[in-house]
Write a protein that binds this ligand. Structure first.
Ligand code: ADP
Ligand code: ADP
Length: 227
């Protein structure tokens, strides 16, 4: 398995102890698109943050492409985040006083094997806006820049936390088809959190979380056969 999460647990102690992840198991093959659905507070972001190496687990393991993320030291985690994982969030977190191209170069300049800025800008359909500033772009376009920034390092794994959460339906569709294109064009494995169950139709695997556990897994065999 490309991504393998086993018996992952995580609690927070804020006076009372909250068991956020209660033994999560999840597997994805390389090149798949996976979607995590589930109500607010069910542990989706916590799970994704541990997979992305920005949060730590109490017990259990995460393996990505044969590397045990849950066993890495701080220096190795920095390397993992910088080279192997791209993040896309609901809010685009672009640097306002840098152009579109410069926002992407912030990442490619510190990556070992980056793609060309022009290549990713073309892939997201924003080559002709490379010298614009984020405030000159629509919300959907800003999210496209943030996707370009996430993929320029050519990550193994793209983690998207509510990537269409701030966008209207029409714009959301465009961002989703872009993510499908990234999946196909670059072979990037994508794991995405969403509240929108309609999005689940584009996924190879759907994981429904409830109260710190994966309550349901659905493999979309039609899509898998279509590969
Ligand atoms: P989801 O993404 O499904 O909305 P989260 O993973 O963000 O769920 O949160 C799950 C639970 O963990 C929530 O009850 C939340 O309040 C709690 N939680 C998340 N982060 C922290 C934290 N840093 N400290 C304390 N509790 C937290
Ligand atoms: P949306 O409805 O998706 O938010 P907008 O109406 O904001 O879209 O923008 C439509 C188009 O106009 C986009 O291509 C955007 O890049 C362009 N645009 C919006 N604001 C500006 C601006 N201040 N300067 C240059 N182009 C802009």
């Amino acid at each position: 398995m490309f991504l393998s999460v086993s018996n992952l647990t995580k609690s927070y102690n804020t006076g009372i102890i909250t068991h956020v992840l209660k033994g999560v198991n999840l597997e994805m093959k390389r090149g798949q698109i996976g979607v995590i659905l589930g109500p607010s507070g069910s542990g989706k972001s916590t799970l994704m943050n541990i997979i992305g190496g920005v949060d730590s687990a109490d017990s259990g393991t995460v393996e990505v492409d044969g590397e045990r993320i849950t066993g890495l030291n701080d220096k190795q985690l920095v390397e993992y985040r910088r080279e192997s994982v791209g993040f896309v969030f609901q809010f685009y977190n672009l640097v306002p006083n840098l152009t579109v191209a410069e926002n992407i170069e912030v990442v490619s300049n510190i990556s070992r094997n980056p793609l060309q800025t022009d290549e990713v800008l073309s892939a997201v359909g924003l080559f002709n806006k490379k010298n614009r500033f984020p405030r000159e772009l629509s919300g959907g376009e800003q999210q496209r820049v943030s996707i370009a920034r996430a993929i320029v390092k050519n990550p193994k794994l793209l983690l998207c936390d509510e990537p269409t959460g701030a966008l209207d339906l029409e714009t959301s569709r465009g961002v989703l088809s872009l993510l499908q294109k990234v999946n196909t064009q670059f072979g990037t494995t994508i794991l995405m959190i969403t509240h929108n169950s309609a999005i689940a139709g584009m996924a190879h695997a759907v994981f429904r979380m409830r109260d710190g556990e994966i309550a349901e897994v659905r493999q979309n065999s039609e899509l898998i056969q279509a590969e």
